[in-house]
Design a protein around this ligand. Sequence first.
Ligand SMILES: Cc1cc2nc3c(=O)[nH]c(=O)nc-3n(C[C@H](O)[C@H](O)[C@H](O)COP(=O)(O)O)c2cc1C
Length: 446
Amino acid sequence: MHSVEAQKLQNAARNRMEWFENVARYESMEPLQFAYSLLSGSQRIGHANLKLRDAGFIDRIETRLAAKCGGIARPLPPMFLPFRLRGMQLANRVVVSPMAQYRAVEGVPTDWHLVHYGARATGGAGLVFTEMTCTSADARISPGCTGLWNETQGAAWRRIVEFVHASSPARICLQLGHAGRKGSTQLGWQEADHPLSRDNWPLWAPSPLPYLPGISQVPREMTAARMEAVKNDFVRAATLGAEAGFDMLELHMAHGYLLASFLSPLTNIRSDEYGGSVENRLKFPLQVLRAVRAAWPADKPLSVRISACDWAEGGLREADVIVIARALAAAGADILDISSGQTVATQQPVYGRMWQTPLADLVRNLGGVPTIAVGNIYEADHVNSIIAAGRADLCAIARPHLANPSWTLAAAAAQGYAEQWWPEPYQSAKNQLERAAARAAIGDTV
Ligand SMILES: Cc1cc2nc3c(=O)[nH]c(=O)nc-3n(C[C@H](O)[C@H](O)[C@H](O)COP(=O)(O)O)c2cc1C
């Protein structure tokens, strides 16, 4: 108990110190947002707490942010500000983060996926991500992963996308990835990251380094021909994804999977043009990104998820992250989804509430690229604070959405945001939740 309290204090102190050390990052912000960023920089004082202290200040910043968002002429809780990326318009800033379900058969999403994604789309989030969907059978993490390398898979995804579009205002983003050296492993709730006991498939990676030495398969070093084939698989998957009607595409370059393992010096020890400097390590991921961007419709946005810190000695440095972020943006990424770690099994991450948000802030406010923050963002107040402080453009929320697909609907009612879209059959729940929240606000809990 005491150690948790001490950790909270240390996290707040570190966030506060980093804010002052990097204050130049925020100098182009408008004075109101700069002040908000200063006041909330420790990540311990959030939107609701600031409102208690100075309701007028919060009213002014909410009014200003809304005005900047397509000229809305009234204050809005920042999580309910709309957001536009290329031709895609989102109703709010809440994203259902990609989460592997391990329920696919031969890479084909099943009724589980229809219900899972359908429930989350009707649960109010502006944007719903698919789990990492693999570009070929041997690109999978496990035999339960979804894929997109044939028409059968394309048709199954189309059914899900059509349901989302017909039944909700949510947009849906396809996350595409290749597991690299972390492939051919057990389902998430079995011994994760450990190899299958049978029917393994061979692995490819930038360098022949196993993920768990002595346990994992040793991957083969990617040849030029293999890189070309993998790039073409990504392009085929993106084309099938466009045909299935997805609104957005994300390339998974995080968590130690194939493209991530090119980026990190811990997993890429090649001596050819694809290894060494950060520019060299970027070459293959950029080739894939450019090819996919060319195949993906021009009016639809593209995101890249990166691990912006390896939490291990000798891993990515802050300066590398900025080079990577700018290069990805220049090659066609509209937004970067900032996760971290899972590059090496020896990582030592420092967890805490909103623990990866400072990395999203780094990429957005120093790197100059729009970001999605993710990681232990579990209260509406966190989303309001991150958006109002300009630490990220969107907030991805994973585990809370497993427990409650309607996380956003509940958050809207709790904040008295009556304009929130609800599915028509659920209107009576909206009314009841809003009445309960209004009573709680005046202390009437009897
Ligand atoms: C069950 C589960 C499956 C996940 N699968 C993926 C995935 O397929 N792709 C991905 O990029 N991240 C995946 N993640 C990571 C989440 O998207 C998210 O980054 C992480 O859980 C932190 O967010 P949270 O604290 O809100 O849970 C997964 C997380 C969980 C809990």
